[in-house]
Design a binder for this molecule. Structure first.
Ligand code: NAD
Ligand code: GLY
Length: 389
């Protein structure tokens, strides 16, 4: 039985009401119901599909077969796995493949994959022929609980993550929970980080649920995971509906952990430039680099909890509480080992930087957060100054 969460979005510019559904389907052969949904919402449309190498091997055949069974023509583009596919060069390749495949303005894009494919596919859909409709079919836990919802698309630039992108809402989101059966433990934990984020900023009972069932969450218990997806999507839909384009500060609360998290993520992908003795990538015990996005956000949440306390505004128990939960679900906790001047320099180019300092999310008590402004220098003082505790 498929669950449905409707995302009510209020287009700020047009003042028009728009909604789209997130369909959460935990039953076998979800691809057939997905194809039926697509045929009903975009009758006669050809499909420009983006996926990555791993998802193409594991899940593309059954989705392609279901679309073919409904006579839906598909032009698939397969990009390499991983964050490096979120680039302008890769976006051009996808658009060029669709153009060579003859996709016109009547086509629909489908992003079948994790957050990388979703961000890239949504971005290309938003610029191809000045925009064609697109559908998110998220296949990682992170994409099902977070990135497929809310219409943020984008690619990375050499200066930092997500520095080029658009707000572009999908036609619908189809989360086939069974795709998660092939997901590795590390990617499952990375998705749990975003669920924990939603609990920390907006719903104490969601955080308590994961704390109480950490082992089942870590193991990917299907019923629990379906509940976490539905609850996360409900929270995210509510926040996005209140502030679609992150102008009022409400949506910015979803960036809890991202200011330092993005910097840690970029640093873990970059060539070493720091003293090699201080670089966690050179630690023989380190098998976590480059960091997954969710792992970096988890570490960023620890940093944000610490900074919140230093600002006199944050929950004093949060850092220890999150650290215990991260250890229980298989997320990294080695924040201090990773903090250095290079990481803080990366924070300074974060896209959320604005005149008068960074917008920084502080959880004042679990389930409630607000935005503070902080200077990068102040952030450095707090984080590098507390490192050796
Ligand atoms: P990802 O897309 O790189 O997927 C992680 C790995 O899992 C990849 O190797 C992929 O091939 C593999 N994979 C995907 N589905 C699988 C499956 N069903 N079985 C086995 N393997 C599978 O990473 P992610 O964690 O899904 O997403 C991270 C990205 O999402 C980052 O770029 C981040 O910036 C972005 N993001 C965007 C938003 C947003 O609102 N747009 C929100 C959060 C994160
Ligand atoms: N992941 C942050 C947002 O969607 O706004």
């Amino acid at each position: 039985m498929a669950l449905r969460v409707d995302v009510p979005l209020f287009a700020e510019a047009a003042g028009a009401d728009r909604t789209y559904p997130i369909i959460i389907d935990a039953e076998a052969q979800a691809e057939e119901r997905f194809a039926a949904e697509l045929a009903a919402r975009a009758p006669g449309a050809r499909v420009g599909l983006v996926t990555d190498t791993t998802v193409a091997r594991l899940h593309l055949p059954r989705f392609s077969a279901a679309l073919a069974a409904r006579q839906i023509a598909v032009t698939p583009v397969v990009v390499p796995d991983g964050e490096t596919s979120k680039s302008l060069a890769r976006a051009e390749e996808v658009a060029e493949a669709w153009a060579r495949g003859g996709l016109d303005r009547g086509a629909v894009a489908v992003a079948l994959g994790g957050g990388v494919v979703g961000d890239l596919g949504g971005f290309v859909a938003s610029i191809y022929l000045r925009g064609i409709p697109y559908v998110q079919v998220p296949t990682t836990l992170l994409a099902q609980v977070d990135s497929s919802v809310g219409g943020k698309t984008g690619v990375n630039l050499p200066s930092g993550k997500n520095l080029a992108g658009t707000f572009y809402q999908p036609l619908f989101v189809y989360a086939d929970i069974t795709t998660l059966q092939t997901l590795g433990a590390r990617d499952r934990a990375a998705g749990l980080a975003e669920v924990i984020k939603h609990g920390a900023i907006a719903d104490v009972s969601l955080l308590e649920l994961i704390e109480g069932r950490a082992a089942a969450a870590r193991a990917g218990d299907p019923a629990l995971i379906a509940e976490l997806v539905a609850r996360s999507c409900t929270i995210k839909a509510r926040v996005v509906a209140a502030d679609e384009r992150e102008t009022s500060g409400t949506r910015a609360l979803l960036n809890f952990g991202h200011t330092v998290g993005h910097a840690l993520e970029s640093a873990s992908h970059a060539e070493p430039t720091t003293d090699p003795r201080n670089d966690p990538r050179n630690d023989p015990g380190n098998d976590q680099d480059p960091l997954r996005h969710g792992e970096a956000v988890a570490l960023g949440m620890l940093a944000a909890a610490r900074v919140g306390v230093a600002l006199g505004a944050g929950d004093a128990t949060l850092e220890a509480r999150l650290e215990a939960l991260f250890a229980a679900v298989g997320l990294p906790t080695d924040l201090d080992r990773r903090l250095n001047a290079e990481v803080l320099a990366r924070v300074a180019v974060d896209k959320k930087r604005a005149h008068g300092g960074l917008g920084f999310v502080v959880v004042e008590r679990v389930g409630s957060a607000h935005l503070e402004r902080i200077q990068v220098a102040q952030l450095s003082d707090v984080l590098l100054g507390t490192k050796a505790r």
